[in-house]
Design a protein around this ligand. Sequence first.
Ligand code: PLP
Length: 284
Amino acid sequence: RTVYLNGEYLPEDEAKISIFDRGFLMADGVYEVTSVLGGKLIDFEGHALRLQRSLDELEMQHPSSRDDLLEVHRELVRLNDITDGMIYLQITRGSAGDRDFAYPSKDTAPTIVLFTQAKPGMADSPMAKTGMKVISIADQRWGRRDIKTVQLLYPSMGKMMAKAAGCDDAWMVEDGAVTEGTSNNAYIVKGNTIITRQLSHEILHGITRAAVLRFALEAQMKIEERPFTIEEAQGADEAFITSASTFVMPVVEIDGAAVGAGTPGPVAARLREIYLDESRKAAL
Ligand code: PLP
């Protein structure tokens, strides 16, 4: 694989960063994951905007412009011959050469890394047909989940807890209500209404979420942005998640209880189809 590091395209085993990098020592960094379908970038604009917001919230310098970033994404797709897959981008605060809690001075160069992950046929994932099973776990992350930082240890633990329970993911619960999945936004469906938690510091503002809600409104569905409990989700007609890497994915079981008929429902299937069609058309 060819990867990108601080302005250079390199073979992956030649890309090296300092052991003092604050991304490594302190998880002082942000990231984005953009999917590629048919060699084109899905929702690039949304990811570029959220990246800027994450950097601003952490007073971090953006080492690149939106146009240069688009070019780097496209070049990596070309160099690695990616048809379907993902591009991972990470920017950390870099380092002034030692460990220190205080940020280094503003002129310290950030570290920017991008790499590709090929996922042939990712839009035809068999899970879209079978649906996924989730467990609920306490949300024990920090309080600024709207900033897409690389501190992913708790979500990682959550995935392991799900795996140990024979499930695919975990929905995190705080003050009695679902916040989101370990790496996705969570939804339930009742009749023609889609219910998902409102935006706040408690959840990541999903780029796929924004697009899917827009398409749902255009398709005359109703949207309620509010918290919901696990019990309400278990009694809903349908449940699903969204993320850049899974698009729209049905959830058929929560803590061992079947949701609706226990099979993927029509609303999630329709939204998945619309999302894939529309975002392919708008891909860059
Ligand atoms: N919520 C969390 C915690 C995530 O990590 C992610 C994606 O990685 C999402 C939601 C979905 O966001 P997006 O649709 O922008 O991929």
